[in-house]
Ligand binder design. Structure first.
Ligand code: 13P
Length: 222
């Protein structure tokens, strides 16, 4: 299983270091990933960047590119998160980022997920929506991980139901053989059950992962 923590805009350099130090004392067979904010990136094999501009460097105010990310020896990145899409990142732009970091042989945690109005329409509408978010993405890319994160389940405390996760992951499995993570209100109480679903290869966790003790306990429950 792949158990990943997306810090979003939480934690500082100092608290990220404390988090990673404590996490390093835990031995687990699972693959762990941590995506801190860019100010807290550090040389650690489990750390990835939350975002990256599709260029080595240049005049892109407030962005970070390959030069800044790889200074830490980091070769992992999270792309396509719904919070970035809500800020206006188009599918075309995300696909450009994907291509850029793919060409640099990064491990890419690629996020997709539908809004509530699409989920309310039908299962078919959800799959059609997710397929749009996979446009321009090489589903054969060796270092690709896909995270299915329904927008309505993110940060709401209400995760998708087991059946919703199962049917969506089954449909995604028909498109790719890459690892499929679920994200959206994953917590201590539901992580074991979610990870036990066929075609769920792990979880991408926000809120419940920011406390290191809780994150460690979640890893242990999987
Ligand atoms: P929550 O776990 O807070 O719902 O966030 C999920 C997420 O967006 C991870 O990328």
């Amino acid at each position: 299983m792949i158990i990943a923590s997306n810090f979003k805009m939480n934690h500082t350099r100092k608290s990220t270091q404390e988090f990673l130090d404590k996490l390093s004392t835990v031995s687990t067979e699972h693959t762990i990933r941590v995506y801190p904010p860019c100010t807290a990136l550090c040389a650690n094999p489990i750390v990835g960047a939350q975002n990256g501009y599709p260029a080595v460097e240049g005049s892109y105010t407030a962005e970070i590119g390959l030069r800044q990310i790889s200074e830490f020896g980091i070769d992992k990145i999270l792309l396509g998160h719904s919070e970035r899409r809500q800020f206006g990142e188009s599918q075309e732009f995300i696909a450009r980022k994907f291509d850029f970091y793919k060409n640099e042989n990064f491990e890419i945690m690629y996020c997709i997920g539908e809004p509530l109005e699409v989920r309310k329409q039908s299962k078919e509408a959800v799959i059609a929506y997710l397929k749009q978010q996979l446009q321009g993405i090489d589903l054969e890319y060796e270092r690709l991980i896909i995270a299915y994160e329904p927008v309505w389940a993110i940060g709401t405390g209400v995760s998708a139901t087991i059946e919703e996760i199962r049917s969506t992951h089954d449909a995604l499995r028909e498109l790719t053989n890459k690892a499929l993570l679920y994200g959206g209100s994953v917590k201590l109480e539901n992580i074991a059950q979610i990870c036990a679903i066929d075609n769920v290869d792990g979880c991408l966790i926000g809120t419940a992962s920011w406390d290191v003790d809780n994150f460690i306990e979640m890893i242990k429950r999987v």
